[in-house]
Ligand binder design. Structure first.
Ligand code: ADP
Ligand code: 5GP
Length: 187
């Protein structure tokens, strides 16, 4: 049954913990949940496509949108800018869809101010070593980029207790089932 307004599900994690993998698995299980496609000034990775993974924009365009107040939330993360368009968010919510965000901790707290009943989920890696290995094996980022992301991981993980749910992504299939059962509780 469609409600007047959809539910917001917000997922955060340090880079490499597996949030994209888990979110993709979740969206396959719940095809009627809409994924919030963020805007970013980060260059696309080889396997990323415009308008599917992100909207890739210049820093100049990002600043213009910031000045015009077009973000529901935005943040600087790992030396790049990321933001959620207010217009797209309002449109998706007014259509009654549930929406899944994959955003950082700063963005989460901005969205929670506007939508305090959002369901927040933090994904943890089983250990730092595993996190580092996953970032390296993904082979999408340069060494210095990986180093920045690992440095930021500790700061991000310090916020995990402010999230409603925490999933440790060790065995992928188990983490997916845990994620699915959390989402089911709210639908
Ligand atoms: P994030 O979106 O959090 O940066 P990704 O989803 O891109 O992380 O995952 C980082 C890397 O780790 C990818 O290569 C992915 O295939 C791998 N990965 C994700 N979850 C697991 C898991 N449970 N076990 C082993 N490898 C995983
Ligand atoms: P990546 O570059 O690995 O895709 O993402 C880097 C970080 O930026 C991740 O923590 C991701 O969740 C976050 N991020 C992606 N989109 C947004 C967004 O729209 N807003 C905010 N605040 N963070 C985002």
């Amino acid at each position: 049954m469609m409600r007047n307004r959809g539910q917001l599900f917000i997922v955060s994690a340090p880079s490499g913990a597996g949030k994209t993998t888990l979110c993709n698995a979740l969206l396959e299980r719940f095809p009627d949940i809409r994924f919030s496609i963020s805007y970013t000034t980060r260059p696309p990775r080889a396997d990323e496509r415009e308008g599917i993974d992100y909207h890739f924009i210049t820093e100049e365009e990002f600043m213009k949108r910031t000045e015009a107040g077009r973000w529901a939330e935005w943040a600087e993360v790992h030396n790049n800018f990321y933001g959620t368009s207010s217009e797209s968010l309002n449109e998706t919510l007014s259509e009654g869809y549930d929406i899944l965000f994959e955003i950082d901790v700063q963005g989460t707290f901005q969205l929670l101010k506007r939508y305090p009943d959002s369901v927040t989920i933090f994904i943890m890696p089983p250990s730092y070593d595993v996190l580092k290995r996953r970032l390296e094996s993904r082979s999408t980022d340069a060494k210095d980029v990986i180093a920045t992301r690992i440095l930021n991981a500790e700061k991000e993980m310090a916020e995990k207790d402010r999230y409603r749910h925490i999933i440790v992504n060790d065995q992928l299939s188990e983490a997916v089932e845990e994620f699915v059962s959390i989402i089911e509780k709210y639908r």
